[in-house]
Every structure is written in structure tokens, then in C-alpha cells.
Ligand binder design. Structure first.
Ligand code: A3P
Length: 282
């Protein structure tokens, strides 16, 4: 295996060696939160990009077809988990203007202390673990740093064992849900079901009131087909970069459905998976 992408556990979370090599631990320790920071947290493939795009639009009151002047979400809404210097000439977090919008896949207990003491606002999105697992399987086949080539069944076993990057899944979700008194917890499924209501919840949580018309416009421009067309958030540019070389596997904006897992699980596999999903965490 590639030493850079070798996985290991750090305080109960699966990270890649790349985190250590880039000095991520020091980067997290040095992070200084601001009261105006907005943090979107998630387990990968749970609807992170979707919620990021909604949050960006709510904060900037952007109701048109494009967002962020066409700048891609990675630059508008950078990742906390790796230092900026390692990633495509991004502005380091401490040099960004407020309000900073920041993405993270860190588990709750690994968030820098300053996130909590600064009064930064944290939103978390989760998704049916069966759909997360299917989406993650395709993603890991697609990205160059993983190039996963095992079967789906093998991937699902790894997911259940908590061995996939940023896992374990159940503990990840639990960490944030246990703090839902101050973390706004949303689900992928509710973004599907009633996006206008979800947009209004986000707006209220961020103290950025919107009219019903503005919320409706944001809901329309963040539906799957529109986001897929928007170069600011569809990650198409990855296909020209180092991130994705195996485009035969498809695109970042893959299916965007609730329940795609039905195409991957037999009834028996589903029962076993849901037994695991619903078991109390030790
Ligand atoms: P699928 O692989 O099931 O299609 P994340 O941003 O956390 O990595 O999640 C990516 C998943 O969210 C992908 O799921 C992607 O298609 C889906 N997604 C992104 N934007 C979406 C939208 N506007 N509507 C529905 N699904 C969306």
C-alpha cells in the first residue's frame, strides 16, 4: 500500500498518514475560531457539499443560478482537516476574511477546542448509513488517492468494522447528535423531502433571516440537477486535477437519491447491516 494513504486510528478516528505528514495535528491545535465562523461537519458522502452550498447561499443571500462568482466550493468553503499549504494554493484559514465558512469531517471530540469557545456555529448533516456506504464505495473507486478495487461486499464489511477513512460511522454521528442542543443536526433525507423548510432552519440558526421567496430560490438552485450544472459546486474540475484519474467510475454528483442502497443489499444483508446500525454503541 501507498504509505501516504495508509490508514491508522487517532483517538478513535480513522485518518490517513497524509494527515500526519502534512502536520494536521499541529494545524488543528493552532486553529483560532471566530464567533462568525460557520462550520459544516459530516461523515463523508452524507450530503456535505449539498449543505455547504445551502449555507453559502444563506450567508451571502445568493439566490441566482451561479454562486460564489463561479469559485469552486473548495476555495469558498475550505476543509479544516488538512493545512491549506498542502492543498492547491488555498488561503490559510487564519488569513481568510470573516465570515469564514469551513468544512470538516473530524469527529466531534477531535474538533479544535477553539471551535467551542469561540461561539462558532456548527451544523452537521447525516444520511442513511446504507446510502452513505454505497456512495462512499463509488467515491473511493473514483478518487486517485484510494482507487478502491475491492467488491462492494468487502467495502461494506470495512465500513461496518469502522475501518474506512473518517470512520467509524456510528460514533461519528453520535458525537454530534449528543450535542444537538447547540449543533444544528440535519439529514440528507430531510433536504430531499422539504428543502425550503431546511433552508429556513439553516437561516434561522445562522441568524440570517430570509424571505419565503429567497428560501424557495435557494431550494431550487440547490436541487440535484441544478447543482450538477453549477461549476461552483459540482466538483467537475477534479477531473482535470490529480484528485480524480479514474473517471470511468463516474462523477462526484453521482445519483443524489434516497434509497440507492436497495440496488446493493439483499434482504439478508440489509437485516444484518441494520442490526449493526441500531445496536447501542459501547
Ligand atoms: P451519491 O453518491 O449517492 O449520488 P458529500 O458531499 O458528503 O461527499 O456527499 C456526496 C453525495 O451527496 C453524493 O451522493 C452526491 O450525489 C450527493 N449530492 C450532492 N449534492 C446533492 C443535491 N443537490 N441533491 C441530492 N444529492 C446531492
Amino acid at each position: 500500500t501507498n504509505p501516504v494513504t495508509r490508514a491508522y486510528r487517532y483517538h478513535g478516528m480513522v485518518l490517513l498518514n497524509v494527515h500526519l505528514l502534512c502536520g494536521s495535528l499541529q494545524h488543528w491545535a493552532q486553529f483560532r475560531g471566530r464567533p462568525s465562523d460557520v462550520i459544516v461537519a459530516s461523515f463523508p458522502k452524507s450530503g456535505t457539499t449539498w449543505l455547504q452550498e445551502i449555507v453559502w447561499r444563506v450567508v451571502h443571500r445568493e439566490t441566482g443560478a451561479q454562486s460564489g462568482g463561479g469559485r469552486t466550493l473548495e476555495y469558498r468553503f475550505p476543509l479544516l482537516d488538512l493545512p491549506a499549504t498542502e492543498r492547491m494554493a488555498m488561503t490559510p484559514l487564519h488569513e481568510m476574511e470573516s465570515p469564514r465558512l469551513i468544512k470538516t469531517h473530524l469527529m466531534y471530540h477531535l474538533l479544535p477546542e477553539s471551535v467551542h469557545t469561540s461561539g462558532a456555529k456548527v451544523l452537521y448533516v447525516s444520511r442513511d448509513p446504507r446510502d452513505v456506504c454505497v456512495s462512499y464505495y463509488h467515491f473511493q473507486r473514483m478518487v486517485d488517492y484510494e482507487r478502491y478495487r475491492g467488491t462492494f461486499a468487502e467495502f461494506r464489511d470495512k465500513f461496518v468494522r469502522g475501518e474506512v477513512m473518517n470512520g467509524p460511522y456510528r460514533e461519528h454521528v453520535r458525537g454530534y447528535r449528543d450535542h444537538s442542543d447547540h449543533v444544528l443536526c440535519l439529514t440528507y433525507e430531510e433536504l430531499h423531502e422539504d428543502r425550503v423548510a431546511a433552508v429556513l432552519r439553516v437561516a434561522e440558526f445562522l441568524d440570517k433571516p430570509l424571505t419565503q421567496e429567497e428560501a424557495q430560490a435557494i431550494a431550487i438552485h440547490t436541487d440535484f440537477e441544478n447543482m450538477k450544472k453549477n461549476p461552483g459546486c459540482n466538483f467537475k474540475h477534479w477531473e482535470q486535477t490529480q484528485m480524480v484519474k479514474t473517471t470511468d467510475e463516474g462523477t462526484f454528483m453521482r445519483k443524489g437519491q434516497v434509497g440507492d442502497w436497495r440496488n446493493y443489499f439483499t434482504e439478508e444483508e440489509n437485516n444484518a447491516f441494520m442490526k449493526w446500525a441500531n445496536e447501542p454503541i459501547q
